[in-house]
Write a protein that binds this ligand. Structure first.
Ligand code: NAD
Ligand code: KPL
Length: 321
């Protein structure tokens, strides 16, 4: 039985006529989190999944430090979605799945569609912005934490910030109104430009932490131990070199100091990459340390620590692919 539906207060400026529909590709942790918050704020939400299960139509969310709420969302498989019907799409797959998932849904996109990418790391966003240039493409950099208690129920475990910005000109033309829509939900959303710098800032931290926690099978806090912290230092120095060569701003206190702050602040966390390895899922390494490696190769910069870490993660955790 479904719990009685409760709604969060609707922003008075939204009217039934003007409420846009959001389609969300990928009903995992983050896709469900965004589906829940958008739906509870009055938006019509369509969750797009690869295979429909009978239980799919019953969805619920535990908002951050809140009570469990059920929310209405139409769950559809991609094939049953009408051609050119999707106006606003959120891509909530892992980075390696984002381009294949979007290619599969391409015929369903309306001519003026907006695509919002939620992936960690970098590379997928840039490829998509180039291959889907006729659409408005935006990227979001997210520090919230969410996980699925079961396939229908999502828990918002860590309150964070979503920074969003257009990746191409069409994306930049609509970024303000997209940010305004998202700001009507319980997510904390800021418009941030240039979004590439924002994505790089998060990427740099993920480069320093995620791969190492996977190879050492440790919590983030263990990276403060001297032997592991030396590896963090080398990864940060390589990242700084590449960021400077690309004309990006390196955080004022230096990446190593910033990475150590995040390690201390998230000491008890299992990083997303550690979790992927423990679930036997492919990791996002190619879009984190692997992305840095590709940029460095392009610039002719040597990044041996990132190269070795990427190779080790691929060799140890991607064998079955
Ligand atoms: P997830 O594995 O929980 O969800 C991804 C979903 O995408 C899965 O349900 C999968 O079945 C689905 N999917 C894959 N290919 C698909 C396709 N072709 N069509 C339809 N669905 C498809 O992952 P997640 O934790 O939600 O993470 C998504 C992205 O957000 C990742 O890049 C992650 O690093 C990033 N992120 C996650 C969090 C978090 O707290 N979960 C926080 C910040 C950033
Ligand atoms: O973003 C993260 C992740 O796990 O992907 C960090 C910042 C490392 C926190 O765990």
């Amino acid at each position: 039985m479904t719990a009685p539906h409760q709604t969060l207060p609707l922003n008075p400026s939204t009217t039934q006529d003007s409420i846009p529909c959001w389609s969300i590709l990928g009903a995992g942790s983050l896709g469900s989190l965004w589906a829940g918050y958008l739906s509870l704020s009055g938006y019509a939400v369509q969750l797009l999944v690869r295979r429909l299960a009978l239980s799919d139509q019953t969805r619920s969310i535990t908002p951050y430090q809140g009570e469990r709420l059920s929310y209405p969302a139409q769950v559809s498989d991609i094939q049953s979605c009408a051609d050119r019907s999707i106006q606003q799409l959120i891509v909530a797959t892992k980075a390696p799945d984002a381009l294949p998932a979007l290619n599969a849904i391409r015929p369903k996109l309306a001519d003026q569609a907006t695509i919002v990418l939620l992936q960690n790391g970098m590379g997928a966003q840039q490829t998509i912005a180039a291959q889907f240039e006729q659409y408005a493409v935006l990227a979001a950099c997210i520090t919230d934490g969410a996980y699925l208690e079961n396939s229908q129920h999502v828990i918002h475990a860590g309150k964070g910030l979503t920074r969003i910005g257009g990746l191409n000109q069409k994306g930049q033309a609509v970024e303000q109104q997209i940010a305004e829509q998202l700001q009507k939900t319980a997510l904390q959303v800021e418009l941030s430009q240039p979004i590439e710098q924002v994505l790089w800032n998060k990427l740099a931290i993920n480069i320093a932490i995620n791969g190492l926690t996977a190879v050492h099978q440790c919590l983030n806090g263990a990276l403060a131990e001297p032997d592991k912290n030396q590896q963090v230092l080398q990864l940060c120095l390589e990242t700084e070199k590449v960021m400077r060569a690309l004309g990006l701003t390196v955080p004022e206190q230096g990446l190593f100091a910033l990475a150590n702050q995040v390690i201390a602040g998230t000491a008890a966390n299992r990083s997303s990459m550690l979790q992927d390895t423990q679930k036997g899922q492919p990791t996002e390494i190619e879009f984190i340390n692997g992305y840095l490696l590709r940029q460095a190769q392009h610039l002719g910069i040597d990044v041996p620590y990132n190269a070795a870490l990427t190779a080790e993660v691929l060799q140890r955790f991607h064998q079955a692919r």
